[in-house]
Design a protein around this ligand. Sequence first.
Ligand code: SF4
Ligand code: FES
Length: 248
Amino acid sequence: MKLTLKIWRQQNAQAKGQMVTYPIDGIDGDMSFLEMMDVLNNELIQKGEDPVVFDHDCREGICGSCSMFINGEAHGPDRLVTTCQLHMRKFNDGDTITIEPWRAAGFPVIKDLMVDRSSFDRIQHAGGFISINTSGNTQDANAIPIEKEDADDAFAAATCIGCGACVASCKNSSAMLFVSAKVSQFALLPQGQVEATDRVLNMVKQMDEEGFGNCTNTGACEVECPKGISLENIARMNREYLAASLKG
Ligand code: SF4
Ligand code: FES
């Protein structure tokens, strides 16, 4: 395939960025989107030009690093896949593909397509954990009975990979889907009850401090989420938050 790539180039958070056009040839439909980007970068390096900076790690849909906006959609045109699992067969010979970074106050650009998502780490540190005594007397997790439906919902919430597509797709740059997934995975389990009150209050406080917007129930986050995280988690987090506020 022969393609035209229009890629956002930006030296750093302060610099003024711009779209730059790159023609590319010899792209196979079986390549992943990131492999196509590798081909472009090899060509740029061979020409002595600055390669396009983009984030990636696992390349198997589990780390959440490969965050980019492709033709105006987070992780591109496919559903329930990350950019690293998007295949070039989704595009046609002669296509023009626009590639941009996540745009949100909470995700400042580091360079080109790479943004700083450490705000998510700080939200996690504020409460996305449980404290367990691991001194040797730890109870076998399987000894605690848990309703199958709760276990399934907790597992589904825990599949959030922290990619930030929900924020990038939201007109308010809201991080509610991410935070609610992290709250829900513990709220549904007995192990998460000890710190439940502090967890939701602290994580929401940190989310607000990081500059993310509010949820106005648009639902774009759920549509673009590569892991299919449900809006039901936001409703659960709101209930948890209300209960914690009344206690606090
Ligand atoms: S909720 Fe979905 S889109 Fe948001 S960070 Fe988690 S996996 Fe990514
Ligand atoms: S590189 Fe890890 S999810 Fe895409």
